[in-house]
Design a protein around this ligand. Structure first.
Ligand code: 6CS
Length: 367
């Protein structure tokens, strides 16, 4: 398993120098990436897309699909340059690079982003999403939800381009985690926002918010007892090599947002904006299927590679966690205010009405 930290800062410094040059990065990058000097685009132009995950991940799959489509829809006029995790910086740094226009497109996960945009912390809350994957698909694609989020992103100079589900969060540890009591004093690595830590404090755990690149070493050196991520990530980051048990409690899905620099997006010539919108719309339905396939095949790889325990919680066990998690919704609303409350309530209403409409909430139909 590679360790990203030491080379990360050196690479980051080098990459930033290359990306930003010596003059005004925002002005230079806008002009360079729209190709619009004196209003006339000089093709091809290159857009930079920064990922929070390594090659082979869901985000990398998504970026490759987007690259294929944007390059074909634009007839080769747009080129997409993909920067996997480790080549530019941590999630928080990628958000800064997007805000200042050094990268044009990026992934921004709510678990890291919620200190900057408290409203997105809703995706770190447990037992909000449906057990029904079709309901969640509708929710994440709904215009109503995207509209509610567009202002909070815009206020931080980002344009929200869509939400991407990456699979259920799974707990890894050296023991089964069947009840909130099992979390008592348990040192769990969480993503870096305060609300991500609160979610586990509610179970009595001792949260350690850290960047993704540090998790493997912290597990190996037993500075933490466990962590949580979707299966594909547990495999590709090697976490399963240093943990004995995977507990499936389906508390939340890992949801990432795809963002761009807001000013850059708004300054794009109409045809470029249309190409981007069309390419994003093409990739959205595809990634639902691809992430599910990837999570499934990676679980098989893990079990073939190691004799690891898989623990699947019963509905009664999940219900105890759900009850213990409810107080964190109040903390979320305290942080995210009225807008956050509206987002949470809209999500709960939409989920409940689609669950009723589809009438498919039995566990057999779940992801
Ligand atoms: O746990 C994390 O920090 C990371 N997990 C995934 C699956 N993607 C990016 C994120 O930074």
């Amino acid at each position: 398993m590679p360790s990203f930290c030491p080379r990360l800062s050196l690479l980051l410094a080098t990459a930033l120098t290359v990306l930003m040059g010596c003059s005004d990065p925002q002005q230079d990058n806008k002009q360079e990436a729209t190709g619009a000097d004196n209003g006339v685009p000089e093709y091809p132009v290159t857009w930079r897309f920064a990922l929070e995950e390594i090659e082979g991940s869901v985000q990398h799959l998504y970026a490759n699909e987007l690259k294929q489509r944007i390059e074909s829809i634009s007839d080769g006029n747009i080129e997409l340059d993909i920067f996997p995790y480790g080549s530019l910086g941590t999630s928080a740094q990628l958000t800064e690079l997007t805000q200042d226009g050094s990268v044009h497109l990026a992934f921004a996960s709510p678990g890291h982003l919620a200190d900057t945009i408290p409203e997105v912390g809703v995706f770190t809350l447990h037992y909000v999403l449906s057990d029904d994957s079709e309901v969640n698909r509708r929710l994440l694609a709904s215009d109503q939800l995207l509209t509610l989020f567009s202002e909070p992103y815009a206020e931080r100079n980002m344009k929200l381009l869509g939400f991407v589900p990456e699979g259920w969060m799974v707990w890894t540890a050296n023991k089964p985690l069947r009840s909130p009591e099992d979390f008592g004093g348990f040192k769990i690595r969480t993503m870096t926002s305060r609300i991500s830590a609160e979610t586990y404090r509610a179970y009595g755990a001792d949260p350690h918010p850290t960047p993704y690149s540090q998790v493997y070493n912290d597990l190996q050196l037993q500075r933490i007892d466990g962590q949580t991520n979707p299966v594909f990530a547990i495999e590709e980051m090697g976490f399963y090599e240093v943990q004995s048990t995977l507990t499936f409690a389906r508390p939340a899905q890992f949801i990432a947002s795809v963002v761009s620099n807001r000013e850059w997006y708004e300054a794009l010539p109409d045809d470029q904006q249309q190409w981007l919108d069309d390419a994003l719309a093409d990739v959205a339905p595809l990634i639902y299927r691809k992430q599910a396939e990837l999570n499934e095949s990676r679980l098989q790889q893990i079990t073939e590679d190691r004799d690891i325990s898989l623990v699947r919680l019963s509905e009664e066990e999940r219900e105890r966690f759900r009850k213990a998690s409810l107080g964190v919704r109040d903390t979320y609303i305290e942080n995210a205010g009225e807008r956050g409350a509206k987002i949470l309530n809209t999500m709960l209403d939409l989920i409940s009405s689609w669950e009723q409409e589809l009438g498919r909430s039995d566990p057999g139909d779940r992801d």
